[in-house]
Design a binder for this molecule. Structure first.
Ligand code: CTP
Length: 397
């Protein structure tokens, strides 16, 4: 379960061009199970219509302090019942009103009428963002405990480049999940590996595999949403989900070294990476030339990272492995579960359609060391990640 399930979030949308991204934030929060109550300022309404938010959110969008169909005092009702108020995007104007405690409209009045944590996602042109007045307002708000999702650099409205662009929706949602935290993995370190290793043949060529890192990324994102401090050791750092610490690696040896360092104090280790079993014994430092003839590439075994972690598994640590098979799924996976001293193995038959490598869906059998088994039908990889964590945490299906 995401830490957002059942949580009430007031989503304040102010008048920045980036308001269009707040639509995606709204949808993602609702998808994660949150109850989203949108409030649009009058400038926000000029950017995106309230119909869009009413259709996607859990309640109709509110726009005014007055004439609410349900209550004469919407700001106190929404402020008191909120678990979090998210202002996305936050303009320079709203930051200023928040600093001075000016309840100028429904959104700022709701913020005043609430004891819930407030998170702002500033978005504005670089010149505005750099103004001492804006930075000063923000510094005061931070001092008072307001949470900030920092803007990013990139393309701004009108085609300019610079700093001040709203953070990506996934980053905003990850920040909300972390803020509401209190998840079952809160305060616990979780190590996840993802992607396929690349074993160099020469300076430009490598032996690789078809792993996209999607399943490992989904496990990392799910663990982060349950409050864990996630370390993701990955060969695909560019696709890593927000809210996790990324350790980029390329080869099995680099992944082994990173895992050896990060595993001992991890409560849970999920080895979702597709690690090469063999590597070229003697990779060339420069590019091999055709003219020199067909090279003889001699392979030697890599270290089995998971087996090595299983051999020194500390008390209380849960170790999860994956088994990608094309036949005798359960028998092969059960062998690996015992051989590598695992608590859980996630077995998938990668010969089936839409299963495993490169797909965004998977179908798995979860085999636990106590002999129990749970079959997860073809589902999105995030749902598979959810089932894997549920099983690793000892939930019964
Ligand atoms: N694994 C690992 N280090 C390796 C190879 C695999 O840590 N050098 C991990 C994978 O991340 C996965 C699990 O071991 O979690 C299963 O990998 P797999 O290659 O299927 O297992 P093997 O023991 O190599 O068995 P086989 O080659 O017979 O399929």
């Amino acid at each position: 379960m995401s830490s957002l399930a059942g949580r009430r979030i007031v989503l304040g949308v102010t008048g920045g061009i980036a308001a269009y991204k707040a639509v995606e934030v709204c949808r993602r929060l609702v998808d994660a199970g949150a109850h989203v109550v949108p409030i649009l300022t009058s400038s926000g309404r000029r950017m995106v219509g309230e119909t869009t938010f009413s259709a996607l959110a859990s309640e109709p969008a509110r726009t005014s302090l007055f004439d609410d169909p349900v209550t004469p005092i919407p700001h106190t009702k929404m402020g008191q019942s909120a678990d979090l108020i998210l202002v996305c995007p936050a303009t320079a104007r709203v930051l200023s009103d928040m600093r001075t405690g000016r309840g100028a409209d429904l959104l700022t009045a709701t913020i005043l009428a609430s004891r819930a944590p407030v998170m702002v996602c500033p978005a504005m042109h670089a010149e505005m963002w750099e103004q001492p007045s804006v930075q000063d307002n923000l510094a005061v708000l931070v001092e008072r405990g307001v949470l900030v999702v920092a803007p990013e650099s990139g393309r701004l409205a009108g085609g300019d480049m610079g700093h001040g662009r709203l953070a990506e929706p996934a980053t905003v949602v990850a920040a909300v999940e972390a803020a509401l935290g209190g998840g079952e993995l809160s305060g616990q370190k979780v190590l996840v590996t993802a992607g396929g290793t690349r074993e160099p043949i020469d300076a430009v060529r490598f032996i690789g595999n078809r792993s996209s890192g999607k399943q490992g990324n989904a496990v990392a994102a799910e663990a982060a949403s349950r409050g864990a401090d996630v370390v993701l050791v990955t060969t695909q750092p560019n696709s890593a989900p927000p809210g996790v610490r990324v350790v980029p690696v390329e080869t099995a040896a680099e992944m082994a070294a990173a895992c050896e360092l990060e595993a001992p104090d991890s409560a849970l280790v999920v080895m979702a990476a597709a690690v090469a079993d063999f590597r070229p014994a003697d990779p060339a430092d420069s590019k091999l030339k055709k003219a020199d003839g067909v090279p003889a590439v001699v392979l030697v075994p890599t270290v089995d990272i998971l087996a090595a972690l299983g051999a020194v598994k500390p008390d209380g640590q849960t170790l999860v492995g994956f088994a990608a098979e094309t036949h005798d799924l359960v028998a092969n996976a059960t062998g690996k579960l015992a051989r590598k001293n695992l608590d859980l193995i996630v077995a998938n038959d990668v010969s089936q359609p839409y299963v495993g490598f490169e797909h965004s869906t998977n179908e798995v059998v979860l085999l636990l060391s106590d002999g129990s088994r749970h079959d997860v039908p073809l589902s999105d990889k995030r749902e598979i990640a959810c089932a894997v964590l549920d099983a690793a945490l000892g939930y019964r299906f």
